[in-house]
Design a protein around this ligand. Structure first.
Ligand code: ADE
Ligand code: ZN
Length: 325
């Protein structure tokens, strides 16, 4: 269709995707075989995709699959697989999350993870002229000390990491649990974001902590903010962007939050559309934009605004932004 072509040809930025969430079943199998490891049970004979129906059943597939990732080459190949796909979809700038604790907790060195991922971003710059920056996420279902140790391990690689985030299971793991870690990260010069997932039990309180106690520069998901006019104003005033993931939303809850996303967009909140875990939710950025524009009958001008928002809240210099918008 016309709108599909419009989405495809538009130069885009993606700000919310987890590299480990780009691990396609075919790549799991390939890496398992070359490392002489068993092929994880979630990977079927065919590449028919993973099976799960909410956040915890997703995470129960997501973590075990990572066991195949062992060497610098493995991490490189995973990032390269995403970056080539992103380039095909005309993404010219990407900020990509990674979960070091999911690897260091299995005995993989931090250096192995970061050097594999980083080398792929350099190659994408050289081969495609595409820029990509890494955001290190802490796993919120692990303790704050483990996050602090991870931050310390990352300090020698500061020039390769633009910011820090917080992901994994949000239940009973509020932002305040990581206040000290995020304060230290800010002191070290990292930009800050964190997941405030949709429809969490204490959604508004978590958003409040992220904005007021942690002082985040961005929020991942965060659409429950529509319920609180005061926080909504703070986000608009500070220009705090929200990185939304409609297909992911549609899998983890009944409602993909389209009405909230559209309202926020029209209220002038800097909302953006992203793929989250494209191999798992089975949609890269273009598919997410097609999904939401179809469901909400978005106009071309809405789609352009979503991309202006993405470049606008991207963690790049003002001068670099003017190259894109
Ligand atoms: N880690 C990777 N993907 C995630 C998601 N969708 N929610 C929470 N943590 C994640
Ligand atoms: Zn996410």
């Amino acid at each position: 269709s016309e709108i599909k072509e419009f989405i495809g040809q538009m130069p885009k930025a993606e700000l919310h995707m987890h590299l480990e969430g780009a691990l396609e079943p075919s790549l799991v199998r390939l890496i398992a075989q070359r490392n002489n490891l068993p092929v994880p049970s979630s990977v079927q004979e065919q590449d028919s995709g993973y099976s799960f129906n909410d956040l915890s059943s997703f995470l129960a597939v997501y973590y075990p699959n990572m066991a195949v990732l062992q060497t610098t080459q493995d991490f490189h190949d995973l990032a390269w697989s995403y970056l080539t796909k992103a380039h095909e979809q005309k993404i010219v700038y990407a900020e990509i999350f990674f979960d070091p604790q999911a690897h260091t907790s299995r005995g993989v060195e931090f250096a192995t993870v970061i050097s594999g991922y980083h080398s792929a971003t350099i190659e994408a710059q050289e081969q495609f002229g595409m820029s990509a920056s890494l955001i290190m996420c802490f796993l919120r279902d692990m303790d704050a000390q483990s996050a602090m140790n991870t931050l310390t391990e990352a300090l020698p690689y500061k020039d390769k990491i633009i910011g820090v985030g917080l992901d994994s299971d949000e239940r009973d793991n509020p932002p305040s649990k990581f206040a000290t870690v995020f304060a230290k990260a800010r002191e070290e010069g990292f930009l800050l974001t964190m997941h405030c997932d949709i429809d969490q039990k204490n959604s508004i309180e978590h958003i409040r902590q992220a904005v007021e106690e942690i002082g985040v520069d961005r929020m991942d998901h965060g659409t429950n903010i529509v319920e609180n006019a005061r926080l909504l104003n703070v986000v608009i005033e500070r220009g705090i962007g929200l990185t939304c993931c409609p297909i992911s939303n549609s899998v983890v809850t009944e409602d993909f939050k389209g009405a909230d996303i559209k309202r926020l967009l029209h209220d002038g909140v800097k909302v953006t559309i992203n793929s989250d875990d494209p191999a798992y939710f089975r949609g890269y950025l273009n598919e997410n934009l097609e999904f939401i524009s179809e469901k909400l009958s978005l106009t071309r001008s809405d789609l352009v605004q979503l991309q202006r928002n993405a470049f606008g809240i991207a963690w790049i210099s003002h001068d670099d932004k003017s190259n894109y918008i």
